[in-house]
Design a protein around this ligand. Structure first.
Ligand code: ADP
Ligand code: MG
Length: 427
């Protein structure tokens, strides 16, 4: 894997000012050269500057903050965490924690790295934090719970990282984020990472960062070009059948399928299983154990298909995932970027196929326009779209085409909008 472009291949990690135990760890993990975001962010962060980093998914943002963070740690027995990394989802928390530990393996003093997130019992996390911690990777809600239980102190936090800041705001974490920020010392270093720069993200960055170094390595707002994108016309009730055919005809080894609702995830996974494929749903209502299991099985190639809601759209790094399918279209162009970014990670080729029916065509055109995509609407023999006008109601096989932006806003939409406006007006 090499993410660097030709003119910077001579740059190595050793020119960035990293300590030798960290360089050793990078070497043992097999990373030869820094990615552009790493190249832009690590130096300034090591010098104590605030950083505002923006890069598409799969571009190596984790190391861009994890390395300077680890180098900034002091050897103390302090109760308070020294560094806090806020992430939007449990899976991302685990992933970041694992990367931190792997990078810290050669440090003379092993930092205590703790990972906390909601959806699981709080007690083991409280026990784990008893002796204090150095690096805390957390989702905002559970972090506030732990603070309320006096299980963690944040008064000594010298470095704050926001990973996937746009997602944090999207998920309605704005208010919790502000509560966390109020608990941190004013004098600290902040590193702020996002794959997109929505206005709410920019507003939060403006209030959070002091004279930041801005590192924006996005070629444009579109997904990386290694990803081939396809738009396929199909009537909604025929989507499952088409998906099965595509998987079989193209011998897709692993496919991440996005749907709009938990219900649809269950139904589609069930139908695929009945058709003889190994398929599992993945959504926020599953237990943490189940989610971890599904992800592990998928990564280990024991599963062919995972049918997921947008809970899986951001941050997850599934090495070598060849295909993403938008069974239901995403709500927005930026969600499209995130979903599509699950494939083509670290410069590998990938394919993203979107299913489009008469009902969703207008919405697709909006997404394509925002993405500056000029894709021809393909028609697959045997699946020529027949519907010409939007059906009066959803077909039985079409659970949850719902949640299309621009139509009636759901309660969740309103909450998100509120959260975003709170972040802008009242940071
Ligand atoms: P992002 O947070 O930007 O979505 P990640 O930090 O999850 O991206 O990294 C994506 C993938 O790239 C991971 O599999 C990671 O191990 C790999 N990677 C990170 N840095 C490098 C590098 N310098 N060289 C090669 N691969 C890298
Ligand atoms: Mg990331």
């Amino acid at each position: 894997m090499n993410l660097t472009s030709p003119h910077i291949t001579f740059m190595s990690f050793s020119t960035l000012g990293l300590s030798s135990p960290l360089l050793e760890a990078i070497h043992s993990l097999g990373f030869a050269a820094p990615t552009p975001i790493q190249l832009g962010a690590i130096g300034p962060a090591l010098q104590g500057r605030d950083v505002l980093g923006c890069a598409h998914t799969g571009s190596g943002k984790t190391l861009a903050f994890a390395l300077p963070l680890l180098q900034s740690l002091k050897h103390t027995a302090n109760k308070s965490a020294q560094a806090l990394v806020l992430v939007p989802t449990r899976e991302l928390a685990t992933q970041v924690g694992d990367t931190m530990r792997a990078l810290a393996q050669h440090l003379p003093h092993q930092p205590r790295v703790s990972v906390v997130f909601g959806g699981v019992s709080i007690n083991p996390q409280m026990m784990g934090l008893r002796g204090g911690t150095d690096v805390l990777v957390a989702t905002p809600g559970r972090l506030l719970d732990l603070v309320a239980h006096n299980a963690i102190k944040l008064s000594g936090v010298q470095m704050l990282v926001l990973d996937e800041a746009d997602r944090l705001l999207d998920l309605g974490f704005a208010e919790e984020l502000n509560q966390v920020l109020a608990l941190l010392p004013a004098k600290r270093q902040s590193l702020f990472f996002s794959a997109t720069f929505a206005p709410a993200v920019q507003a939060l960055a403006n209030t959070l960062l002091h004279d930041p170094v801005r590192v924006d390595v996005r070629p444009d707002a579109a997904p990386p070009s290694e990803i081939r994108q396809r738009a396929i016309a199909v009537d909604a009730p025929k989507r499952t059948q088409l998906l099965r055919d595509l998987i079989q005809q193209n011998a897709w080894s692993r496919v991440l399928v996005f749907v709009a609702t938990k219900f649809a995830a269950e139904i589609v996974a069930d139908k695929l299983r009945k058709a003889g494929l190994t398929a599992e749903p993945f959504h926020g209502e599953l237990s943490q154990g189940k989610r971890t299991q599904v992800l592990a099985d998928f990564k280990a190639e024991r599963l062919t298909v995972v049918v997921a809601t947008d809970v899986a759209a951001r941050g997850l790094d599934i090495a070598g995932l060849p295909v993403v399918v938008n069974f239901d279209l995403p709500r927005s162009a930026s969600d499209y970027t995130h979903r599509v970014g699950r494939t083509g990670r670290a410069g590998e080729p990938g394919l993203a196929a979107s299913f489009i029916s008469a009902t969703t065509l207008a919405h697709w055109r909006l997404i394509a326009k925002r993405q500056r995509l000029a894709l021809e609407l393909e028609s697959i023999p045997g699946f020529e779209a027949m519907e010409t006008a939007p059906p009066a109601s959803s077909a039985p096989d079409a659970p949850g085409n719902g949640g299309i932006k621009g139509l009636r806003p759901s309660k969740k939409d309103k909450l998100r909008a509120l959260a975003a406006s709170v972040a802008i007006q009242n940071p």
